[in-house]
Design a protein around this ligand. Structure first.
Ligand SMILES: NC(=O)c1ccc[n+]([C@@H]2O[C@H](COP(=O)([O-])OP(=O)(O)OC[C@H]3O[C@@H](n4cnc5c(N)ncnc54)[C@H](O)[C@@H]3O)[C@@H](O)[C@H]2O)c1
Length: 281
């Protein structure tokens, strides 16, 4: 069954999960607008998609967090394909390791991981409420938004906020023609998990926590899980199905869940000198 939609905007689409979602949306028959702050990589992704889908892909270099940029992307998408009826808020940052993280890193993460979604929804939802076909808003959060992210208080807190905003959107508009879906993967093989050569301490802990928690999956398999959740009208898209049980266990007994996190953190600390990253290095 194809997604019954016309066109999608995908943010953070210059690689990784965003590029994979753009690919799958095209396969589902939608026209796609890819956007990212990284212009050169974005153009490469768009050129690759256009070889398969000529005339159905446009690209805009834009900051997903800036309200004026969001407006320009929506205007450009509307001019090419009509008012977009799917928005994939996928741009994100994994930063801010350790309690000593500075204010600027917190500000960046709040802006990209949370406020970019709020600003886009503010522009789109009123128009979708007026339209008979409604619209669809996808938030790429993370399993860290349901559980936690060892090593990064910033990613943990902001991705929880991503989930919270998506839940609020779904609770408020989900029965009024707006479909909301929240994508919460664990480890995915993208540049986000590449460990800097000089990493140590909480950075290494954070990246090891992601790559040891479960299988590190491909971006296309994450896009497949999203398509499945959209077609099944599920709010949560969980590419790692075990996250559902982890989330339920956390809710059922938070103290037991925290004791498990303490054990997991100590295990990673002990292995820190010999761990491999998400790419098996
Ligand atoms: N890779 C993982 O293990 C993993 C797991 C769970 C969730 N996620 C989430 O998936 C999403 C995509 O990440 P990815 O893994 O594909 O990594 P990625 O680094 O390949 O993609 C993130 C993209 O967001 C873009 N971006 C960052 N700030 C931006 C801004 N202000 N405006 C526009 N674009 C901006 C980057 O240029 C990059 O292309 C993120 O929200 C991330 O938090 C990733």
């Amino acid at each position: 069954m194809a997604l019954d939609r016309r066109s999608a905007i995908v943010t953070g689409a210059a690689g990784g999960i965003g590029a994979a979602i753009a690919q799958r949306m095209l396969e589902e028959g939608l026209n796609v607008v890819v956007t990212d702050i990284e212009e050169r990589r974005l153009d490469e992704v768009a050129a690759g998609l256009r070889t398969q889908y000529p005339n159905r892909v446009i690209a805009f270099a834009a900051d997903a967090n800036r309200d004026d940029h969001i407006g320009s992307v929506i205007d450009g998408a509307s001019a090419a394909f009509g008012f977009p009826d799917v928005y994939i808020a996928n741009a994100g940052v994994l930063n801010g390791f350790g309690l000593e993280t500075d204010e600027a890193s917190w500000d960046t993460a709040w802006a990209v991981n949370v406020m970019s979604h709020v600003r886009a929804a503010r522009r789109l939802v009123p128009r979708w409420l007026e339209a008979s076909a409604g619209g669809c808003f996808v938030s790429t959060a993370s399993a860290a938004g349901l559980l936690t992210q060892l090593g990064s208080p910033v990613y943990s807190a902001t991705k929880h906020a991503t989930v919270a905003f998506a839940e609020w959107l779904a609770a408020t508009y989900g029965d009024r023609g707006i479909q909301v879906c929240c994508l919460c993967p664990m480890g995915v093989r993208t540049s986000m998990l590449e460990e800097p050569a000089d990493a140590g301490g909480d950075v290494s802990l954070g990246l090891a926590a992601i790559s040891h928690a479960g299988e590190v999956v491909t971006p296309l398999s994450v896009a497949d899980a999203l398509i499945d959740a959209l077609q099944s009208q599920r709010f949560l898209a969980l590419p790692h199905t075990e996250v559902a049980a982890m989330y339920a266990n956390k809710a059922a007994d938070p103290d037991r869940w925290l004791a498990g996190m303490h054990r997991y953190r100590r295990t990673l600390d002990n292995e820190a000198t010999e761990h491999t990253d998400a790419f098996g290095r």
